[in-house]
Design a protein around this ligand. Structure first.
Ligand code: ZN
Ligand code: ZN
Ligand code: ZN
Ligand code: ZN
Ligand code: ZN
Ligand code: ZN
Ligand code: ZN
Length: 1754
């Protein structure tokens, strides 16, 4: 590009470079008006350096700016060469004890849960590792950018504020010392001058708003016509819209447009066109026109180039200032001073103010530069931090309003600095007292929520999109309020009290606007037309929840404040509901001689609201009062007398009744919005300041009222008063009203009311209500959660309310109530309730949802049955109430309560119709139980002088009075005990009667025997019950087992299985464990088994019968019968690759005949082992295909499999498949002409074969030469002497049935197609090679797995593997029968020539570059094509054996050539054995043939050891291969695990134990062969160190090593920047677990084109690294990603667990994560087994949403 610059520009550059910084600085030092001088300098030079053309050259600009502009300033500042000046400044600097490191996006941050004052206090990784907190409970998160390390801030940490590094700097900081004392007067003066001028310049130019005119003092003499069309960022338009528009407007390529859009998104602006004004204006209008249709248009400005130049330099200047002050704290202080100095225009005219106030007008890039400068200057200086905080608070309202109307995210707004200021407790307190910050925040917030109803309450009901947007932004103000309140004051000053209470007033104003907001009315008749908006109100409630709790905390810390706040809150509540009787008629209620005045009000008919924050705040304050000392000592000081209990309870009661009615189905027509509100009302996120406080308010009310009055009001609000006030109402009710719905409704309401009474009496676990502490409360929550089921840590945390520090307090108590059970390979660690805690279980625990309640009930009863106890779940013993609430218990023995209980029991006794329910009875029984427990406790704790006034037992023994004459409650219970329809409740009634007797006994305090008696009978009874239960249980188990078997059987008969997959999975696994044993069982244990050669063990032909899974027909596998096939999956693989940079470049031309020993790209075949008829499969596949086409037309849905690519799911197990393998008998037997007499030895055999090859090649040449000289040809034929018995014209007859032949072709073609990624072509000569290759590669990969897991070679292999290998090997051996004989012969000749050279094959790979096992398989399987034309009597077995020996020897030479290691110094003194001397001799021969290039190795021991170790994998693979090929059972020795089976393998493979003997026996031919191998120039090059070669044994590939601590991965990833967009941080850094590359995933910047489609970095990487299959770790998400091809993928659970045995996908919880080696191994195993694609298939079948993800863009 540089050369394109005009010569004029280059001339300018040259003149610039001639400037001398020292000279300029000298001129400035002399100047009288420095400002003018500097401005002139800038006006002259800045436009010459910056913005010289359409594209920025940042490096050149920076270089010139440093030279011409900044350099002189540095000289001026130091007064000498800055190279000396700055180090001097640094020496005088006192290093800060604050870390202040500004976080990058994605950088890990740490917060100590034990010591951080609040969760916003964080450490950088370095400080964390050097701090005491690394051994504490900590939380780890990734930073969103912005914010800095709080190390060294003593206010941020309760303990250990310094890390080791920053601790060093603390020694001198005792007294706050002015940092300027270390600087000379001169330096101070000059620094002051230059900072003042330059800072002002930067502020002026950055906030300059004119587009084509410069400020006067910077104006240029001649103005060029050069402009930029500047595009600005907004959060409204999408990337795609911007890219599309740019392509249209400025005529650029898509790539350029992406570049522009990325920069605009990152920096906030980018020039998209450079030229004259007209030219830029034109582009602007196109952009505006194109983007203004739906939304507001993109912001575009046409700016003069000189303005842009000055602005760019302004930014450079700010960063420069930031780096200069890094040298010295003195300079930093001067900058702060300059920044905060008030300007000539008074208030708000300081540079800092000016920047802050124009924040929302600046573009992103400018904002972040100056924010960073603020953080490194103002916030790092203790003195100026305070002054800055005051400026920030004074401007608070403006800044927040600007933010709310702006559209940038909060992290790009200066308003976001609030977290840095407000969370410092001393600053926050100062701002509250001096700047009234609390009130300011709350008022600012309220100002932005102007939408109110007639009563002045917020109205969210019909919110517009714009309002909703604004509302979202306004919420950040609540966060600010939270920051301010986050640390409670330890001491209260009078000012603080005053200002806090002022703030509290403002807060009450806010709550008042919420009290009663969004009221609802029950819909009758019609369903509501539109669901009202409810989320906004609840969002507000949720956001305020913590603030309310903190307000309460503050109040609790000072009694004066508490009482004042209580009074204020009460006053506001009176304002809200003072006239609650307005327009509502007073009525009188009376029951059992009690009467009370109230109003007529029906929840079901009038308006009711769920939002009652003022009432609830009062309830909270009341509890605090109850806890305080005043409540005991001076109750008269409390404003209790002003309370009107009926007024207090009215609204909370209405709200609770509303919930009951919703539950009873009375509000169905009000739609889902109400259901959702009720849900959140009880939900853990809201309940603390909603539902819980309503219960407390009712408790407060009851404790101050006559309980009878309370109950009557309650009956009235529940609209049940009639039922209980009228004697015999129940009877009339059930007979008169036949409307079943109404009865049902009333039943539910009664149940709900009883439940509420249970809660009022039983919920005393909030400190202040009952005599408990906070720990008791959490314990109880946990006990009840774990009563439902054992839970993982995170589940438990989710069910508990968090405080503002995100703590639940769970850890402190969990050990006391639960046992921890560690996780296995899958699943999570679980907490189980300790058995002794079960007695604290309360069935009517108020935080249970209905579903939880019934689950818990079931679980607890089951537990009791298991423990052989009765199944009653009586109420637990409760702690006593606090004095203020003590009288509440009387509700249980109040007349109205007894009346209600009596009435319901009466209904149960009469048991007529449906006017009662069992739940109703159950609740009454529970209440009676509670009352008995209460009385018992009273009696136990009674002191001499007190009389126990709680006399429930007496009251329930009395029968009803006159007109009713009903029996006593006790009598009714006794009756019910024997009611046959109450079987379930019998145990509970029995428990009540027993307890009743016990209490009665205590009261009479005279021992009686009957109790013991009853207990005896109970015991007997229970043991009888137990026997019965046990018998029943056994019968049940037997029945289940029977059912399962039946189900399995019927399942087997089904054709397609799409249900009960799991059951099948189980049966499959069962198969696997019992598999292979049958097949491998030795014929006779003492027999030597030989797998190949003339001496091969003859196996009697076994008939094989198989059943088709599709038609269930059984069939024998025979040569001539219809084909049976196995579902199979062929895939390319690099799992064994030793060279990931290599991949097939041009598949059309690629020759796969020789596999390189780096195994860089293989073809793997797997199968689920399920057998079908070929024709059944064909039919199935056709139907799948047809169905898929229909489905795609209809739904455009994707499936987990790609039908067009031949993929389908196995009809039985749904395993992903893409072809089928035919099932065959051992194919050799068909061709093996048995003639074992007089077989040639190796030398003879090689000679014969060479002759035959020669003859074939001659004939081939004849055929290919044109037929112009036919006579000559025939002569030549005569010339050729055909070897004896060789008949090249013979074509053997194919023995297989048509159907089998067809399947041979099908599978062969599939292997070829997938393996080479080409179009199917069954004629292609490479088809047979690919079949052999897949066979060899699959065997090699299985051998690796077995070795890695230390499993025996022929141990019990899962049957799917066994079946797959057998079929694959036999198929590969039979495939030549459907290929052209001459093609296969051609392959054989070429393969053979690689070991036995002949003239016609020249450029063959050297033996270092051939994988010998692939070669062996190819030779053995191609050999029949040659042998079938040989009638000289050489058997196939002889050929196999000689091929095997020959290849083995070549492999040994390969090993010896590459075995030179550094270990050769280690001489072994052992006497050399036969093998060692033999190998040494061989090595010497080699040494000689290689022209002494081979290193001398004296130790035969070492050589022999290398040979043995190096050849093992080959021997094992060969054993597997010949085993499956010839069907010879494996020797029993190799079936069991053991260290080495070398000898056994040699025997089985017909090899001498001393392998070197092979050479000695055939030395005649071998010497010449070895010589020819060594002659190859590649061998020479290798030995001379010019190239590398694979060594043996090849090590198994492993996934990369992962660090133990997950945060080091996060750190690594946070340092990773996108490789394509110049130093930008990657948003989704993703680690390839195969090769360790870090990729910039899921981002436009790193998309590349692959096969004509845009794909993300991961997909692109899979193609080079894993031939389409990839295993990644998404570092930010802590999630494993599997990818296969472009369309398939799934997420997999990561191998990192927290201390509770749980993964944290998405890093949401932030617990420290550690590597779980077992889980990582499991992932590695999936990879080794080639099961990743299958795993994806299963995941996608199980979760359809995975199918829709655009995996290719990851
Ligand atoms: Zn730090
Ligand atoms: Zn530190
Ligand atoms: Zn700590
Ligand atoms: Zn069939
Ligand atoms: Zn299957
Ligand atoms: Zn990128
Ligand atoms: Zn990779």
């Amino acid at each position: 590009m540089a050369s394109e610059l005009e010569p004029e520009v280059q001339a300018i550059d040259r003149s610039l470079l001639e400037c001398s910084a020292e000279e300029i600085a000298g001129k400035w030092l002399q100047a009288t008006d420095l400002t003018r001088e500097l401005y002139q300098h800038l006006a002259h030079y800045v436009p010459k350096i910056y913005c010289r053309g359409p594209n920025p050259f940042p490096q050149k600009e920076d270089m010139l700016a440093q030279h011409v502009l900044l350099g002189p300033m540095e000289w001026y500042l130091c007064g000498e060469d800055p190279a000396f000046g700055f180090p001097k400044l640094e020496q005088a600097n006192k290093p800060s004890h604050l870390c202040g490191r500004v976080f990058k996006v994605g950088e890990p941050t740490y917060s100590c849960r034990d010591c951080a004052v609040d969760p916003t206090c964080v450490l950088c990784m370095e400080c964390f590792l050097g701090s005491i907190h690394r051994d504490h409970r900590y939380r780890m998160t990734t930073s969103g950018g912005g914010g800095f390390c709080d190390c060294g801030d003593t206010e941020a940490w309760k303990e250990g504020p310094y890390c080791q590094k920053h601790e060093l700097n603390t020694s001198e900081i005792e007294e706050e010392e002015d940092p300027l004392v270390h600087l000379s007067e001169d330096v101070i003066a000059r620094t002051y001058n230059i900072f003042a001028i330059m800072f002002r310049y930067a502020v002026e130019i950055l906030t300059w708003e004119k587009e084509s005119e410069l400020p006067e003092d910077l104006a240029m003499v001649e103005k060029s016509d050069t402009y930029y069309c500047m595009l600005f960022n907004d959060e409204v338009h999408t990337y795609e819209q911007v890219i599309y528009t740019l392509q249209k407007a400025v005529n650029c390529t898509q790539k350029e447009a992406i570049g522009f859009a990325t920069t605009v998104d990152r920096d906030g602006r980018r020039s998209v066109r450079y030229g004259d004004f007209q030219y830029c204006e034109q582009a602007k209008s196109v952009i505006v026109r194109n983007t203004s249709r739906q939304t507001k248009p993109l912001k575009v400005q046409v700016m003069h180039s000189s303005i842009v130049a000055h602005q760019n330099f302004g930014l450079k200047l700010l960063s420069w200032l930031g780096s200069i002050i890094g040298y010295s704290d003195g300079l930093r202080r001067i900058l702060c001073q300059v920044g905060l100095q008030e300007g000539p225009d008074g208030e708000n005219s300081s540079l800092v103010d000016r920047l802050m106030l124009s924040d929302s007008k600046l573009w992103k890039g400018a904002r972040s530069v100056y924010h960073q400068l603020f953080m490194s200057s103002l916030l790092m200086d203790l003195k100026y931090k305070k002054l800055f905080a005051v400026r920030f608070a004074k401007n608070y309202e403006r800044l927040q309003s600007d933010y709310v109307t702006d559209d940038h995210d909060r992290e790009f707004s200066v308003a976001d600095l609030s977290v840095q200021i407000f969370t410092v407790p001393s600053l926050a307190r100062m701002l509250i007292t001096e700047e009234n910050l609390m009130s300011i925040i709350i008022k600012t917030f309220m100002d932005h929520l102007r939408h109110r109803d007639a009563q002045g309450r917020f109205q969210f009901e019909r919110y517009t999109a714009l309002q909703a947007f604004k509302f979202r932004r306004v919420q950040s103000l609540i966060l600010d309020l939270k920051y301010v309140l986050i640390s409670k004051p330890t001491e209260w000053s009078e000012e603080l009290r005053q200002k806090f209470l002022e703030g509290f007033d403002a807060f009450l104003e806010l709550l008042k606007c919420m009290q009663g907001m969004d009221p609802i009315t029950r819909q009758v008749g019609q369903h509501i037309e539109m669901e009202p908006e409810w989320e906004a109100a609840f969002t507000l409630q949720m956001k305020l929840t913590h603030v309310i709790s903190m307000m309460l905390d503050w109040c609790a810390s000072d009694e004066k404040v508490l009482i004042e706040a209580y009074k204020k809150c009460l006053a506001v509540l009176m304002q809200c509901h003072g006239g609650y009787t307005d327009g509502e008629q007073p009525i009188t209620l009376s029951i059992c001689g009690h009467s009370v005045e109230t109003i007529r009000y029906c929840v079901s008919q009038e308006k009711v609201s769920i939002h009652l924050p003022v009432s609830r705040l009062l309830a909270g304050l009341h509890v605090l009062l109850s806890k305080s000392e005043v409540a005991y000592k001076f109750p008269e000081l409390l404003p209790l007398s002003e309370l009107s209990p009926p007024m207090l309870i009215e609204h909370p009661l209405r709200c609770l009744v509303l919930c009951a009615q919703v539950h009873a189905g009375m509000w169905r027509r009000n739609g889902f919005s109400l259901v959702n509100q009720i849900y959140y009302y009880h939900n853990v996120k809201c309940r603390r300041e909603m539902f819980d406080k309503d219960v407390v308010m009712l408790q407060t009310g009851v404790s101050m009222m006559d309980p009878n009055h309370f109950l009557m009001i309650m009956l009235s609000r529940f609209e049940l008063y009639q039922i209980f006030s009228t004697p015999d109402y129940g009877k009339r009710f059930s007979s008169e009203i036949t409307h079943k719905d109404v009865v049902q409704q009333n039943n539910t309401l009664i149940e709900e009311m009883l439940y509420l009474i249970i809660m009022l009496v039983g919920e005393r676990f909030s400190p202040g209500v009952g005599q408990v502490n906070a720990t008791d409360e959490i314990k109880r929550e946990i006990i009840h959660q774990l009563s439902i089921k054992p839970m993982a840590h995170s589940e438990l945390v989710k069910s508990l309310p968090e405080d503002e520090n995100k703590e639940t307090g769970m850890e402190s108590v969990i050990e006391a109530v639960a046992h921890f059970k560690k996780p296995g390979l899958t699943g999570r660690g679980m907490y189980e309730l300790k058995p002794e805690c079960a007695k604290e279980f309360n069935l009517y625990f108020y935080h249970f949802s209905r579903a939880e309640q019934s689950k818990a009930e079931e679980a607890q009863r089951k537990l009791k049955r298991q423990n052989r106890e009765d199944t009653a779940l009586p109420p637990p013993v409760l702690p006593p109430f606090c004095p203020l609430f003590a009288s509440l218990v009387n509700i249980l023995q109040s007349d109205v309560m007894l009346c209600i209980m009596g009435t319901i029991l009466q209904w149960a006794v009469e048991h007529n119709g449906y006017a009662w329910s069992e739940s109703m009875l159950q609740r009454v029984l529970h209440l009676i139980g509670m009352a008995l427990q209460e009385e018992k406790q009273h009696l136990e704790n009674v002191t001499e002088e007190h009389v126990v006034t709680f006399t429930f037992t007496q009251k329930i023994s009395k029968p009803g009075e006159a007109p009713k004459n009903s029996p006593s409650i006790l009598a009714m219970l006794e009756t019910l005990q024997n009611a046959p329809y109450l079987e379930v409740h019998k145990d509970m009634i029995r428990w009540i009667l027993k307890t009743f007797n016990a209490v009665k006994k205590m009261r009479e305090s005279s021992p009686t025997s009957p109790v013991a008696e009853t207990e005896g009978t109970i015991m007997e009874e229970t043991s009888r019950d137990k026997d019965k239960a046990e018998r029943k249980r056994k019968a049940e188990i037997a029945r289940l087992r029977r059912e399962k078997i039946m189900a399995q059987m019927s399942e087997m008969q089904r054709h397609f299985i799409d249900e009960n997959k799991e059951l099948f999975q189980q049966t499959l696994e069962l198969d696997a464990s019992t598999s292979a044993v049958l097949d491998n069982s030795p014929v006779a244990s003492d027999m030597t088994l030989t797998a190949l050669g003339p001496a091969q063990t003859q196996v009697p032909e076994q008939r094989q019968f198989v059943t088709c899974i599709l038609c269930q027909e059984e069939q024998e596998v025979k040569v001539e019968s219809r084909a049976m096939v196995l579902a199979a999956f062929v895939q390319r693989s690099t799992v064994l690759s030793k060279n990931r940079s290599k991949f097939i470049q041009d598949p059309e031309k690629y020759d796969p005949l020789f596999m390189h020993p780096d195994l860089s790209c293989g073809t793997h075949t797997s199968s689920c082992g399920h057998i079908m008829h070929a024709h059944c499969w064909q039919r199935y596949f056709d139907s799948v295909q047809a169905k898929e086409q229909r489905r795609q037309q209809r739904l455009r849905l994707h499936t987990s499999y790609d039908v067009e690519n031949g993929e389908f799911l196995c009809p039985l197990c749904e395993c992903l498949s893409n072809t089928v393998i035919p099932l065959l008998l051992p194919p050799r037997n068909i061709f093996n002409k048995l003639n074992f007499s007089d077989q040639p030895n190796l030398t003879q055999w090689i000679r014969t074969i060479s002759q035959q090859i020669k003859a074939l090649q001659f004939l081939r040449k004849e055929e290919s030469t044109p037929n112009n000289a036919s006579t000559k040809n025939s002569e030549n034929v005569d010339e050729l002497q055909l070897p004896e018995g060789f008949r090249p014209d013979f074509r053997p007859k194919n023995p297989y049935s048509e159907s089998i032949k067809e399947m041979l072709t099908t599978f062969g073609t599939a292997t070829y197609k997938v393996g080479l990624k080409v179009h199917p072509n069954e004629e292609d000569p490479r088809v047979p090679i690919m079949c052999w290759g897949s066979c060899a590669y699959t065997i090699q990969s299985i051998e690796r797995i077995l070795s890695d897991e230390d499993k025996p070679l022929f141990g019990p292999l899962p049957c799917r593997l066994d079946d797959c290998l057998r079929s694959l090997t036999r198929f590969a051996a039979a495939h030549w029968t459907v290929a052209s004989v001459s093609v296969v012969q051609g392959h054989f000749c070429k393969l053979f020539a690689s070991l036995v050279p002949n003239d016609s094959h020249e450029e063959l790979p050297c033996i270092l570059d051939i994988d010998m096992f692939h070669l062996l398989v190819g030779l053995v399987l191609a050999f029949p094509a040659l042998q079938c034309q040989d009638f000289s009597g050489i058997s196939l077995g002889t050929g196999d054996l000689h091929i095997f020996h020959l290849v083995t020897m070549a492999h040994i030479i390969q090993i010896l050539l590459t075995s030179c290691t550094e270990e050769n110094g280690m001489d072994q003194e052992n006497p050399t054995c036969e093998e060692e001397s033999a190998v040494l001799a061989l090595y010497k021969t080699l040494h000689q043939y290689t022209g002494s290039a081979l290193k001398e190795i004296p130790s035969g021991w070492h050589l022999w050891r290398s040979v043995r170790a190096g050849i093992m994998p080959f021997l094992k693979c060969s054993a597997l291969f010949f085993h499956y090929l010839n069907g010879v059972p494996s020797p029993p020795d190799i079936q069991v695990p053991g260290t080495s089976h070398f000898e056994h393998l040699c025997n089985y493979l017909s090899l001498p134990n001393n392998l070197i003997c092979l050479f000695q026996e055939n030395s005649e031919i071998m010497n010449s062969l070895i010589e020819s191998w060594c002659r190859n120039s590649e061998v020479k090059r290798y030995l001379e160190g010019e190239r590398d070669a694979i060594r043996y044994p090849r090590e198994s590939n492993k996934l990369i090593n992962l660090p133990e601590d997950y945060s080091s991965l996060i750190n690594q990833a946070s340092n990773f920047s996108c490789p394509k967009s110049g130093g930008d941080k990657s948003r989704a850094p993703t680690l390839c677990l195969v090769c360790g590359s870090l990729l910039c995933s899921q981002s436009y910047c790193c998309q590349t084109e692959l096969e004509g489609e845009d794909v993300g970095a991961c997909t692109a990487h899979t193609y080079s690294c894993g031939s389409g299959v990839g295993i990644f770790l998404r570092v930010r998400e802590c999630q494993v990603l599997f990818l296969a091809g472009k369309t398939k993928g799934c997420f997999y659970s990561p191998p990192y667990l927290d201390d509770y045995g749980e993964t944290d996908q998405g890093l949401r919880r932030g617990n420290p994560l550690h590597l779980c080696k077992e889980r990582f191994k499991k992932i590695q195993k999936l990879w080794h087994q080639h099961s990743v694609t299958e795993e994806i298939g299963h995941a996608q079948e199980a979760n359809q949403t995975l199918v829709g993800i655009d995996w290719q863009h990851l």
